[in-house]
Design a protein around this ligand. Structure first.
Ligand code: ATP
Ligand code: MG
Length: 335
């Protein structure tokens, strides 16, 4: 690994500290995982506090999330680029794995960013989601274990996937190829499958929506946050009515929240008004640690487990898992 300082003890940025101080940010998070702050003495140094939180993460003790009654498959979609789809896919997966669940991330973006962050091989020629979609390899043959966790797996994406949107057009059952391929994994022990989509509503994203039951939409707390969401929802409805009746938006997550700006609050409020209970109470702060982690082939939970970014993804994972009971009662989930 390259890089200088020990990531576990390096300091948070001014922005993160400001976010941490913001009453609104803490409020938005519903106090869920940030309760862990309550045991920190106000006299603690920031480094001491981070180390304390890191030790809680690395030795969570009794923190083991309940397994969902049936496997849950979520497609992480938003055709808007750079809103935090990949960051959410890998960090949520790591958060669930750290808390006892087994998670598979399917990288369906030719950029391969999720594969990078999970530290798995994804150069051209490695069995990947591309070969799986065109039927050259099985899902089992394409799976790799992340070096950071025994419970975290990835079907990587290579640059070969870049041509898939076009190649798929002429293929038989082109919208259902991912679903068919993943059926190969019916008997493996995975509690969650998270599919990281590219920033488009093309055939790759449609394949993800046909395979999954749930859609998770990351929304960046920035200008034009809801721009394009209407189009995304219409596409989800189309898939629902023609290809996958079980599909529904189960989860919305607010990303890159900057506690110093009024705008972030306004966006959060608007999104909550729009999506109601689907929005997780845990909000992901804008954090340098989160953006640095993939550069080391890591999730933020490995890179800086005590950071606010790591804690917020742990909270989000807990909330998501707690919703399992609700999500499976519709009887549409398949193992
Ligand atoms: P694309 O549409 O290109 O696939 P995306 O929706 O997957 O993008 P990401 O790649 O996850 O978005 O994030 C976009 C950029 O923002 C990345 O550089 C990432 O490191 C950064 N980023 C994501 N979340 C955060 C955060 N909470 N704090 C700071 N930077 C973040
Ligand atoms: Mg991405």
């Amino acid at each position: 690994m390259s890089g200088g300082s020990d990531p576990a003890v390096s300091r948070e940025t001014e922005s993160e500290k400001a976010g941490a101080k913001s009453g609104t940010a803490t409020e938005s998070m519903g106090g869920s995982g940030f309760n862990s702050y309550s045991s920190i003495s106000p006299d603690d140094t920031p480094i001491g506090a981070a180390a304390h939180r890191a030790s809680q993460v690395l030795h969570p003790g009794s923190v083991t999330l309940p397994k969902p009654a049936k496997r849950r498959m979520l497609t992480i979609a938003n055709q808007k680029g750079g809103v935090g789809k990949t960051t959410t896919a890998v960090n949520l997966a790591a958060a669930l794995a750290l808390q006892g669940l087994t998670v598979l991330v399917v990288d369906l973006d030719p950029q391969g960013n999720a594969s990078t962050a999970l530290g798995v091989e994804h150069h051209s020629g490695v069995p990947s989601s591309y070969e799986m979609l065109i039927g050259e390899v099985t899902a089992r043959e394409a799976i790799q274990k992340s070096p950071h966790s025994d419970r975290l797996f990835c079907i990587p994406a290579t640059i070969d996937l870049a041509g898939a949107e076009i190649e798929l057009v002429s293929m038989v059952a082109r919208e259902g190829r991912l679903k068919t391929a993943l059926a190969d994994l019916a008997d493996i022990d995975a509690d969650f499958i998270l599919i990281d989509c590219p920033p488009s509503l093309g055939l790759l994203t449609v394949n993800a929506m046909v395979a999954a039951t749930e859609v998770l939409i990351p929304i960046q707390c920035e200008y034009y946050a809801l721009e394009g969401v209407g189009q995304l929802l219409r596409n989800i409805e189309l898939v629902q009515s023609h290809l996958n009746p079980a599909l529904h938006v189960s989860t919305v997550i607010l990303t890159m929240y900057d506690g110093r700006t009024k705008l972030a609050d306004q966006v959060a409020e608007e999104v909550r008004k729009h999506f109601g209970d689907a929005v997780l109470r845990a909000v992901i702060p804008r954090s340098v640690k989160v953006s640095e982690a993939p550069g080391y082939g890591m999730t933020v939970l490995d890179y800086d487990p005590g950071s606010r970014g790591a804690m917020s993804y742990l909270d989000a994972g807990r909330e998501l898992a707690a919703r399992s009971a609700v999500a499976v009662t519709d009887g549409t989930q398949e193992r």
